[in-house]
Design a protein around this ligand. Sequence first.
Ligand SMILES: CC(C)(COP(=O)(O)OP(=O)(O)OC[C@H]1O[C@@H](n2cnc3c(N)ncnc32)[C@H](O)[C@@H]1OP(=O)(O)O)[C@@H](O)C(=O)NCCC(=O)NCCS
Length: 281
Amino acid sequence: MMTENLVIRPITEEDRAAVISVEGKSMPHWRYVERVFDQFMSHPTGEFSIAELDGQPVGIAKFTTMPEGSAWVETLRVDPAFQGRGIGKSLYKRFFDIANEQGVDTLRMYTGMQNKVSRGLAEHFGFTLEASFYGANFQFDGSHPNKSHGFKPVTDQTTAADLLMPLSDEWNGFMVMNRTFYRLTSELCGYLVDHGRVFADGAGNVVAFGARFMPDVSQHIGLFGGDAEACLSFAKAEGQARGAQSLACLFPIAATETRAVLQNAGFEETPAGFIVMKGMV
Ligand SMILES: CC(C)(COP(=O)(O)OP(=O)(O)OC[C@H]1O[C@@H](n2cnc3c(N)ncnc32)[C@H](O)[C@@H]1OP(=O)(O)O)[C@@H](O)C(=O)NCCC(=O)NCCS
């Protein structure tokens, strides 16, 4: 391990190109930092961090506070030329330092089911598996009929909580958008209402719907309940109306009915699933 000259500090505007480059090297297929850089920088209570070894940018990580007070640790990337030298662990330690400073007691992360290094690193810091999800995507080709539907945004937290909280067990206690696993709590219901992301039709059907970032790339079904056909039909119509390329939904691996419903509605599953892990500070 060679981390004597390792410095971890908050990212500044001047680091933009270096940050994008680190992600490009460490993630050949799944990149989004360029699109979310400004949003990550403007997050008031999180930290977007960079690791520099002898002044050279070698790693990045993001600490994001969640509506119910936990933290979501994400976008951890180390330049492959510098992996296996303790830089990922140093970025994790930074997560714990920030959590301690902020009085945050719970951290969560997600990774691909096959990402043994990412899971092993989390386990090194005491994280345990909380849930496993599959992913499914529906590609818009412009031909989806814009069916009329009775769904409208829910405008108060109580109604949203009444509709969403009973779905908690079925969705393993999470609502997922942009692969961000939000713990389903009444605080989250308020957050979703504030962001216009809960839709209901008055007949008991409800969809948490929207995007945390990159709304043009994909809109997300965070969870849904009631008549699945009505919910998915709304999500397709709304997603297409918003000009997204695709519609995504992550669902618990035990939710076999949801899986079948998505398949029947033309969604294609992602090659591998995802795990969400929890760590205590
Ligand atoms: C995940 C990643 C950030 C790790 O960074 P790193 O600097 O190489 O990690 P470190 O050297 O600090 O720590 C390595 C630790 O990971 C764990 N680990 C490594 N290989 C492992 C394996 N095959 N199985 C289980 N755990 C493993 C161990 O805990 C190891 O610590 P140890 O060497 O003391 O045993 C880096 O591999 C990366 O950027 N990968 C691509 C992006 C990515 O997958 N990000 C994660 C979430 S999407």
